[in-house]
Ligand binder design. Structure first.
Ligand code: HEC
Ligand code: HEC
Ligand code: HEC
Ligand code: HEC
Ligand code: HEC
Ligand code: HEC
Ligand code: HEC
Ligand code: HEC
Length: 327
């Protein structure tokens, strides 16, 4: 009898003790934009350096506050943990494609075609987990894409502020004189955009910081269009998949985030032939208000409103071209 009472007492004591223990200050939280584990893991650091998450965490008990991922993590299981929470001081591989593939998350991101930003111009190899992590080392996967949270922070020169937009991220590498270690790029020809984009975007390109007049012969923007005058690199270049060379986006829903949903999600298809006829790209945003030249000619994707349709636009419109009206 006494033994039984003691037993109950011990259990009760253990339970009380657990309930009154101070709650560990959690490093991981969406509220703090912090998802990678740190050396304090386990409260006192005792769990840092451990690779078998299964030893201490029960799948069905975690992620109660993050419904967007609870189901998929439960489904994929323990191999997914380090993808989001980092290596925990071990050298376990971090996996992304185990979830971000055409079956589980076919639209997030769209990886429908063979060309992508795999860090080599020469090869069209599929993206690897390592590629993903170069660009997104600590995404919080909250279904909202925020450049400052979801894109890897590469140190800038001077004031090192969080990114306001995707372009600032691209320019940390695509510049002449401060490319990050490991991402040195050599110009292939004079004024190669690979290294000149920072200058182009800041000082020359009409889609970058220089303001257009909006008063030209062919001016006018599509009404589905809600851009500020600065256009992001990712409005024209797709990072995850396109069939076009130079990573020109091949469908509006693979980029062009600021096009109104109606047109964007339709989607409008964009084919850029090798002869440099970019009209299907330009026409998704541009639509001349006073129709002249080929202004009423279908560019081939159902939209019209640009001039010179089916000619080589590069003679007059490329990055860094100050004469004519450039890009
Ligand atoms: C898709 C990304 C993702 C994956 C994969 C993932 N987690 Fe999480 N996890 C999160 C996020 C986001 C939070 C923060 C939740 C919050 O702020 O409330 C979190 C929080 C946690 C927490 C603390 C709070 C809670 O919700 O329980 C634990 C423990 C945890 N994760 C363990 C794991 C383990 C173990 C795995 C592998 C089975 C795993 N996580 C896989 C995104 C992920
Ligand atoms: C030895 C046990 C142990 C192992 C192994 C372990 N954890 Fe933990 N983990 C803990 C404890 C204890 C906590 C703190 C509990 C709490 O706050 O609810 C914790 C908390 C967390 C949190 C919340 C953030 C924080 O720092 O408090 C996450 C996320 C997490 N663990 C993920 C993982 C992942 C991923 C793995 C595998 C790589 C793993 N854990 C392996 C014991 C462990
Ligand atoms: C971490 C550095 C880094 C970041 C960040 C980066 N790039 Fe690149 N980019 C590269 C490297 C390296 C190459 C390949 C250069 C080579 O092969 O010579 C490349 C190639 C390219 C190419 C040519 C690809 C091809 O196949 O023709 C384009 C276009 C491009 N990047 C655009 C972008 C855009 C847009 C962003 C931002 C959304 C961006 N890059 C972010 C490093 C980076
Ligand atoms: C060169 C850098 C780069 C690489 C490599 C890269 N991404 Fe992205 N990713 C971006 C940028 C920039 C955006 C924002 C795109 C936008 O706003 O149009 C983005 C957006 C996303 C989104 C949000 C949905 C969407 O389509 O906008 C997801 C999910 C995503 N990336 C996952 C991945 C995964 C998974 C990989 C590896 C298979 C990967 N990314 C590789 C730069 C990259
Ligand atoms: C357990 C599955 C899982 C794993 C593993 C995983 N993700 Fe995600 N991720 C998600 C889900 C679910 C979303 C929300 C997608 C949606 O519906 O928009 C997401 C969203 C994203 C986004 C979009 C931005 C945001 O905050 O929602 C990016 C970028 C991203 N993941 C990158 C990665 C990278 C890089 C890795 C590997 C380091 C990775 N993910 C590993 C499930 C996963
Ligand atoms: C994602 C939408 C988008 C795409 C795609 C696009 N543009 Fe633009 N374009 C704009 C916006 C926005 C402006 C700025 C208008 C302003 O500043 O008044 C602009 C401005 C211009 C200007 C300068 C106009 C002026 O008033 O000085 C030229 C020239 C131009 N674009 C040509 C092109 C060409 C050529 C293409 C195709 C290769 C193209 N654009 C593709 C959105 C786009
Ligand atoms: C021979 C040179 C030349 C060629 C080739 C050329 N353009 Fe232009 N483009 C111009 C000039 C010059 C202007 C500005 C006219 C002005 O100043 O009023 C212009 C303006 C534009 C604008 C208007 C931007 C705005 O809001 O004012 C768009 C869009 C455009 N071009 C698209 C194209 C497309 C698409 C092609 C290829 C199919 C192309 N251009 C080929 C010279 C050219
Ligand atoms: C309005 C659409 C548009 C925007 C915005 C834009 N680009 Fe481009 N980009 C193009 C077009 C069209 C080409 C091909 C013509 C040329 O070579 O200049 C190109 C070419 C490139 C190339 C050369 C690719 C190769 O393989 O030769 C790089 C690198 C590049 N862009 C990077 C960027 C970066 C980085 C940004 C943002 C800072 C950006 N672009 C913004 C349309 C755009």
């Amino acid at each position: 009898m006494f033994k039984k009472l003691l037993c109950i007492f011990i259990v009760l004591f253990a339970w009380l003790n657990m309930a009154t223990q101070p709650v560990f200050a959690r490093d991981v939280s969406l509220a703090n934009n912090q998802i990678l584990l740190t050396p304090t893991h386990g409260g006192d650091g005792s769990a840092w350096g451990q690779s078998n998450c299964i030893n201490c965490h029960v799948l069905r008990n975690i992620h109660k506050t993050v419904p967007a991922i609870k189901g998929i993590v439960q489904d994929v299981g323990y191999r997914s943990c380090t993808g989001c929470h980092g290596q925990n001081g071990t050298n376990v591989q971090r996996e992304c494609i185990v979830c971000h593939n055409s079956e589980r998350l076919p639209k997030s991101p769209l990886q429908h075609a063979e060309k992508n930003h795999n860090f080599t111009v020469k090869q069209d190899a599929p993206l690897t987990d390592e590629n993903c992590i170069i660009c997104h080392d600590h995404s919080d996967m909250d279904k909202k894409f925020e450049p400052a949270v979801d894109l890897t922070h590469f140190k800038g020169v001077g004031l090192d502020l969080p990114y306001q937009n995707n372009s600032e991220f691209c320019l940390r590498c695509h510049n002449e004189d401060h490319q990050p270690v490991g991402f040195a790029m050599k110009p292939r020809f004079l004024r190669d955009p690979l290294v000149m984009m920072e200058k182009n975007y800041r000082f020359i390109d009409m889609h970058g910081y220089p303001e257009g007049s909006g008063q030209r012969t062919y001016s006018g923007l599509r009404s589905h269009y809600q851009y500020p005058s600065v256009v992001d690199c990712t409005d024209c270049h797709a990072m995850h998949g396109t069939h076009n060379t130079k990573l020109i986006v091949d469908r509006t829903d693979a980029g062009m985030k600021q096009l109104k949903a109606g047109l964007r999600l339709q989607p409008v298809l964009i084919n850029v032939p090798l002869n440099g006829d970019y009209s299907q790209l330009c026409v998704t945003c541009h639509q001349m208000s006073d129709i002249v030249e080929q202004g009423d000619e279908d560019t081939g994707n159902g939209l019209s409103g640009v001039h010179q349709v089916s000619s080589d636009c590069r003679v007059c419109h490329v990055h860094g071209m100050a004469a004519q009206t450039g890009l």
